[in-house]
Design a protein around this ligand. Sequence first.
Ligand SMILES: [Zn+2]
Length: 237
Amino acid sequence: MQNSDISYLLEIQKLENKIGEYVKSIDSHSSRTKTLEKQISSKKNTLQEIEQKTKLQKSSLAEKEKELYELEEKRKKSDEHYKNAKSEQQVKALEKELKETIPNIERLEDEILSLMEAIDLSEKEIAEINSFLKGSAESFNEVQSEVDEGIKDDKYAIEVFEKKEKDILDGCSLEARELFFSLKKRFQYQGFISLVEKGKCNKCFFTIPPLLQQTVLKGASLECCPGCQRLLTPDLS
Ligand SMILES: [Zn+2]
């Protein structure tokens, strides 16, 4: 331990705080593209679902149209036969056939109409999603380059602070350096130094025994809080 250790470590704490801010800033930059990516991928999933659904609707429409055509043909023939019916028995049989065919035709016509409406709606939705995807692909590139720029600046700032930190650490005693590295592992960007305030650690509020308080105040050795293990420094305010 050397006399300057505590003031050096306090300086390093300030740098660590700044580095922590830039690390947070990098996270918030990258969360911008992540959010956009999520939106785009969820829209793509929706698009796939709708396209799948529309495909089924279209094949069902084709089947129903074919069925309707066949029934219409059948009906035309029955009408023809009806006109030319020779016997009462024939008339009755044809009437029975028409009575069954007509509601089927009407039901099919209704189903075809609602399928066509549903397909229309799906196609509108598909067009909307496609235009969203086109727009977001463009804005994604813009956001991506803003984010890249921001992250580059943040990384540069971190490099500068880390360089300063290294220079200061080089001036510390081996004991102080080792203490810093072990505390950094534990308290990265959460403050590895605490003040003794009104007899308590200002980070974990552990009551510091009077003897330890006096030692900390003297500043002649590196003392850690028995509660949270942070380096203790006197409250000089
Ligand atoms: Zn503590």
